[in-house]
Design a protein around this ligand. Structure first.
Ligand code: UVW
Length: 318
C-alpha cells in the first residue's frame, strides 16, 4: 500500500481545510485512515501470531459504572419464549464502554465533519454519511502494536496516578516504542495503555459516582497529549487507528478547544479511527512477559447504518 503524504504536506488539495486528509481517498470516502488496512496488513497481523493465545480487549458492557459523559447504563431484559429465552436491551449507549468512534462522532467547529459532511448528512433519512456501517462492512483486521506507556514510565520511576490528568508527549510514546523494539509499519493499529483502567477498577463506589456525575470537569485521566505535534506524530506513523484504555484516548479534562482537544484534529480533519476504554491489562502483562508487543488484531464493529459509536468487539491474538 502506498504511504500517505506527510502531515506537513496536507492538504493535497489547497481548497480543503488546513492539515486535513479530505479528498485523499476520494471525495466520497467514509473510511479515513482505515483505508490503510489491506491484505498486506492482514498478512502482517497473521505473521505476528506466535503463541496463538487470544486476548479479549472488551471491558464489561456494564463498565464504567456508572457511565461517563451523561451516557446511560445498559439494561438487560431476558424474557422466556417457547424454547428458552430471548433478550433485549434498553439504554444501550454504544459509546459507554469499549468502543470505536465513527467519523460522524465529532464535528470540527469551523470545518464540519470528515470529508466535508454537514450535520444533516449524518441522518439516516439522508443516507447517513460517516456512520459505523462503513467500519463494520470493512472489518478491522491488521497488526496491533502495544505501547504500554504506563509500564514504561513506571520503569523510569514515574508511576502513573490514574486519578490524575497526565499528558503523554510524543517523546513518551517514542521512548516506549523504542524500549519495546517496535518499528511502525503502514496500517498498524496503535494501542496505548495509560494505566487508567487499572486504577478505575479499584476505585470505590463514591469515587466512581463523583466522576460520573460531572465527567466533563471532575474526571481526570492520563492519555496522549492534545497538541498538533501529536496529530503529526500519529499521522506520520501511518497508523490506521489509535486506541487506548482511557475514556478519551487523550488526557482529560479538556476545554474542547481546537488547539488542545485532539479529537478535532484526528476525527474530522484526518479521518482517524479512535478506540476508547479498551481492556488491555492481560494483553499488557503477556507482552511484558514475552517481550513481544505486536499481535494480530481483529475487530467487528456493529453493522449499524449511521451508527456513531460501536462496541469494539476486539480480539488480540499473540
Ligand atoms: C471524549 O472525548 C469525551 O470521548 P468520546 O470520544 O467517547 O466522546
Amino acid at each position: 500500500m502506498k504511504d500517505p503524504p506527510r502531515y506537513r504536506d496536507l492538504p493535497l488539495d489547497q481548497s480543503m481545510p488546513p492539515r486535513s486528509a479530505w479528498g485523499l481517498w476520494g471525495k466520497d470516502d467514509e473510511l479515513g485512515t482505515l483505508n490503510l488496512l489491506g491484505t498486506e496488513q492482514v498478512q502482517r497481523g497473521m505473521q505476528s501470531v506466535r503463541s496463538h493465545k487470544v486476548f479479549s480487549l472488551n471491558w464489561k458492557l456494564e463498565e464504567p459504572n456508572p457511565p461517563f459523559y451523561g451516557r446511560g447504563a445498559i439494561q438487560h431484559h431476558p424474557f422466556p419464549n417457547e424454547v428458552g429465552f430471548d433478550d433485549s436491551y434498553d439504554s444501550f449507549y454504544p459509546q459507554s464502554s469499549t468502543q470505536w468512534d465513527a467519523l460522524g462522532h465529532v464535528e470540527h467547529p469551523e470545518y464540519g465533519f470528515y470529508n466535508g459532511r454537514k450535520r444533516e448528512d449524518m441522518a439516516a433519512a439522508n443516507g447517513a454519511r460517516n456512520g459505523m456501517h462503513n467500519y463494520a462492512r470493512k472489518g478491522i483486521v491488521g497488526r496491533g502494536v502495544l505501547l504500554d506507556v504506563a509500564r514504561y514510565l513506571a520503569s523510569q520511576g514515574q508511576p502513573i496516578d490514574g486519578s490524575q490528568r497526565r499528558d503523554f508527549t510524543v517523546a513518551d510514546l517514542e521512548a516506549t516504542r523504542q524500549a519495546a523494539g517496535i518499528t511502525y509499519e503502514t496500517g498498524d493499529i496503535l494501542v496505548i495503555r495509560s494505566g487508567w483502567m487499572n486504577w478505575y477498577e479499584s476505585a470505590d463506589a463514591q469515587t466512581r459516582a463523583t466522576l460520573a456525575d460531572d465527567s466533563i470537569n471532575l474526571l481526570k485521566t492520563p492519555g496522549i497529549s492534545g497538541g498538533e505535534d501529536m496529530a503529526e506524530y500519529l499521522w506520520d506513523s501511518h497508523v490506521a487507528a489509535v486506541a487506548s484504555d482511557c475514556p478519551a484516548v487523550e488526557a482529560w479534562p479538556h476545554e474542547l478547544k481546537v488547539d488542545s482537544y485532539l479529537h478535532f484534529r484526528l476525527i474530522p480533519l484526518l479521518g482517524m479511527a479512535l478506540g476508547e476504554m479498551w481492556y488491555l491489562e492481560q494483553l499488557a502483562d503477556e507482552c511484558a512477559k514475552d517481550r513481544c508487543y505486536s499481535f494480530m488484531l481483529v475487530s467487528a464493529p456493529l453493522n449499524k447504518f449511521g451508527g456513531v459509536g460501536s462496541p469494539a468487539n476486539v480480539l488480540a491474538i499473540k
